[in-house]
Design a protein around this ligand. Sequence first.
Ligand code: DOR
Ligand code: ZN
Length: 433
Amino acid sequence: MKHATQSLLIRGGRVIDPLARMDAVMDVLLRDGQVAEIAPPNKIRAGAEEKIDAQGLIVAPGFIDLHVHLREPGQGYKETIASGTAAAAVGGFTSVCCMPNTTPVLDSPEWVTWVRQPQRGAVVNVFPIAAATQASKGAVLTDFRALQRTGAVAVTDDGKPVLSETTMRDALRASAEINFPVIQHAEDTRITQNCSMNEGPTSFRLGLRGMNVNSEAAIVDRDVQLAQQFNGARLHIAHLSTAASLTAVRRGKKNRARVTCEVTPHHLALTDADVRDYDTNFKMNPPLRSAEDREALLAAIADGTVDAVATDHAPHAQHEKIIEFERAAFGITGLETALGLVISVLSADHRLPLTRIVELFTSGPARVLDLRGRGTLLRGSHADVTIFDPKKRWTFDASKSRSKSHNTPFDGRQLTGKVVATIVGGKIIYRAV
Ligand code: DOR
Ligand code: ZN
């Protein structure tokens, strides 16, 4: 379904571009990989080789996902860069940032280069995030400068935390020196060992060891304080999931530390009470939390504390999931359901304006990792566009997923809001039939 075009006119859609403060019916002309012109309907004189009628639809900057596990190198049985980015395109994501907990761990410039090579078959933009420490063992920092130079957009040991305070201090010092974000998977693993879900009435009923909420907040709190010690250090909290963590992030932001955070669609849509019968499709890390934590996330989305929605798309094969709950791998897929879940929960149920929802998928994440010329449709920006129908009701069918893995709790779920077309560099790479 790939159309090679040099110019594409998107006509009559409602253009929402939070960065440009635009929310109006407009025509958008893409030419030679850039946004060439935006004007009120029928005002663009230049011709276009291809046209899309977007009447009744939202035309947004291409969505950006800050947290995706594409599993290459080394775990192609779960996902490949080709299959993962195909799923991203269905979900409206024109750019994804991929996580380094691969085999081997992405801790060298050579592997960063490998991920970015065209032979990988990516259909959307891929921005690698490299490991913060060698082999993500938490002891010796990687060469941030060399990784940044080869195209890594941040560092993290995601899957696990940078647990040592000394290592984190050194990482944030280096971050400040070269203006490079450090992403923390905030979990005090000294107190979450052998835990497979959130600690609460449900873990008690199921007889599963539960993770205490403070295992996340303690690390967020510590790191926010560390970030404040180095002027210019950039700290981003991955998949933030508790009320207490939000308190720490708010404090950091108030003290003008460069602290940002992301929240996943599943933590907005579900709680630990949904882990009913040891269904491993509800097992991820951080785990689904209490109803109070979920309410706190919704409030923080509304008041601007949360900078981005990120999926933490974490594909796993059947043999890693269809086993006992405590032995199953942590993680769920998420690229194709993200927009539908966020619109269903935030817009349909909580009346959050669409402009804020678009911001969480576009200018928000672009700002977190400083992705220049993305997350906006300002003239001269990259021609990455997501067109969606915010009212379309549909049912997600996991068996039709483009991902290699189908470990999702949302199979058969009714959603509101669906991607209609995904455009990367001016080319239509996905179009709903
Ligand atoms: O649920 C998760 N899955 N959390 C993580 O931190 C890692 C991820 C994975 O790589 O599968
Ligand atoms: Zn993580």
